[in-house]
Write a protein that binds this ligand. Structure first.
Ligand code: GTP
Ligand code: MG
Length: 344
């Protein structure tokens, strides 16, 4: 119990950015799975959640062992994938609302686009710290992909003019961020990460740069968010990402639990089309590590309780009118039920 309360929970990392700039591909590369290929038209149309354990982060960050050693205290990262298409502004907002930290994915060749700006406004309004993943560096003319997850290792093998070209692209992003009032620089030139937004050039296709990206995510969350990430013992709090009918089961909700513990038979209060819904959790279903809750249909495991942070599917009566985007509270008595109903 004491250990539990001292440990850190997984930081919730939301991935935002313009359509087709490579958000899902980046997560696929990290997870070693292929969600993009399973999406209709290969376009993300709902918010997903997947857990990446420390062992995977350590493996990917392995090439940095000597230059940029990092001791992991977090149990892993919980990634939230969002759609970049302009129609899905509400889904981006939903993802942004639970984030501890964000990755803004920008196609390095295309630079800032409409939903890049919109994503930044979501992050700014919610005061979510973020990194910029300057993606698709393999498309820079002359880039020679190297078999490594480390950007700095790969850069050493690139021609001088290609290195300069990479820098020019990075400077363009620095300029675009400056116009919006953000101080930014390439991550390896930053002294104070509390004042400067880090830009990490990556290729979601080849993997180059993902070592530094994950090391930075882990380092920044561990160093600057300890208090926020300290695990809390109390009843769960969450946000509904999606409401879905599951064949043979009925209506379910995909929820990000960002605080506390959710147990089977807990009384939950959520927002509904016709006002607050009070119901009882019948089952809690979780995907395997590295699997995305939005894609997994049959491969879910039933569990009796779940600790924040986690992406779970909840089955309970009366979920057909549940509202995606709504908060979820657990009430421990009648008085709390009434309080949470008012809040909702
Ligand atoms: P939405 O979810 O629809 O907003 O798109 P997304 O940002 O998730 O983009 P997605 O990962 O689906 O990638 C879009 C296209 O870009 C796919 O064809 C990817 O294969 C390609 N792509 C993504 N990352 C890279 C990269 O680093 N290099 C190259 N060359 N192609 C990439
Ligand atoms: Mg996508």
């Amino acid at each position: 119990q004491q250990l539990q309360s001292r440990r850190l929970r997984q930081p919730i990392v939301v991935v935002l950015g313009h359509v087709d700039h490579g958000k899902t591909t980046l997560l696929d590369k990290i997870r070693g799975t292929a969600v993009v290929k399973k999406e209709p038209g290969e376009m993300t149309q709902e918010v997903g959640a997947s857990f990446v354990p420390t062992s995977v982060i350590e493996k990917i960050a392995e090439p940095l062992k000597k230059t940029f050693p990092i001791k992991l205290e977090i149990p892993g990262l919980l990634f939230i994938d969002t759609p970049g298409h302009e129609l899905f502004s509400n889904l981006r907002r939903r993802g942004g609302s639970v984030a501890d930290i964000a990755i803004l994915v920008v196609d390095i060749v295309e630079g800032f686009q409409k939903q890049t700006y919109e994503s930044l406004e979501i992050l700014r309004s919610r005061k979510v710290p973020f990194l910029v993943a300057a993606n698709k560096i393999d498309r820079i003319p002359g880039w020679k992909p190297i078999d490594t997850y480390s950007l700095l290792e790969s850069i050493k093998s690139q021609r001088k003019d290609v290195q300069t070209q990479l820098d020019n692209y990075v400077y363009r992003l620095v300029g675009q961020l400056a116009e919006l009032g953000f101080n930014a620089d390439r991550f390896d030139r930053i002294r104070d990460f509390t004042k400067t937004v880090a830009i990490v050039p990556v290729s979601a296709k080849t993997g180059e740069g993902i070592a530094e990206l994950l090391a930075l995510l882990a380092g920044l969350t561990q160093n600057y968010m300890k208090t926020k990430l300290r695990f809390a013992e109390g009843p769960a709090k969450g946000v509904i990402l999606e409401v879905k009918e599951l064949q043979g089961l009925g209506y379910t909700i995909d929820v990000i639990i960002y605080d506390g513990i959710l147990k089977k038979n807990d009384t939950i209060i959520i927002g509904g089309l016709n006002g607050p819904i009070v119901t009882k959790v019948r089952s809690i279903l979780v995907p395997k590590p590295l699997q995305d809750i939005k894609v997994v249909k049959t491969d879910l495991t039933q569990i009796d309780e779940v600790y924040a942070a986690a992406g779970v599917k909840i089955y309970a009566p009366e979920l057909e009118n549940a509202l995606a985007g709504s908060p979820l509270f657990v009430a421990e008595n009648e008085q709390q039920v009434e309080e949470y109903k008012k809040i909702i």
